[in-house]
Design a protein. Sequence first.
Length: 269
Amino acid sequence: MATNSDFDLMTKTECQRLIDEYLRWLKQELKVTKIEDSCHISTPFLDRHNDAIEIYVEKKDGALRLTDDGYTIRDLRATGMEFTTEKRKAHLHAVLNGFGVKLEDDEICITASLEDFPQKKHNLVQALLAVNDMFVMAEEHVLSLFKEDVALFLEAHRIPAFSDFKLSGKSGFDHKFDFGLPKTIEKPQRILQTINNLTKDNATSLAFALADVQAIRTDPIGALAMINDSLRPPNEEHLAALRAYEIEPLLWSNRETAVSVLNGTPFLS
């Protein structure tokens, strides 16, 4: 029977160090500016143009309204991405609903109180990253929706998985992962995240979420990332970053050879 040490996961101290460094970086890089009746927050996270993701906070009906001011949808539309089909509309709303945010006209937004502002801001930024990732390319077969493709692949190979797997972390944030894979004799419980376009930001964000969850668990938890390399190979430095945080990258083009890994059995080359 495998023991926790057999999984060679990060120690609690290492997880806490990663969380502390991430939060320190986040605090240093966040920039807040007062604009008329709202606050403008520039985050350290980058969109598909490598520009800082920006959000606005305003008071409305006794609450705080956080919004991207319509930038994300307008930007996608300017590059030819129109949400004219029911499938595209449904998928966009499914992504937003998964983070508890909504679309009002073109604005991606969420309502918060002073008490839950950190979590709601976290949710909004994660939603904006997800939308940027999901629609980073306009080719139709990419827009067949990578997460759905992965779900169908898991089902076809009878790989047990839970969709939209939520776990809480030591920071107090809730983290949503695309899939959860149950514990097996060989492997601990694991999360599986789909990534359409691997960037430094989504690698770092996933690493923080995993470490944050690991920091309060008594049982180990592993991590896999299924990366869409259909149109472009992922950057080797970004793959190395995932491995450094003990997140095993799997390439969609090699998915058939990854079935044993996903099933939690030893990989045979």
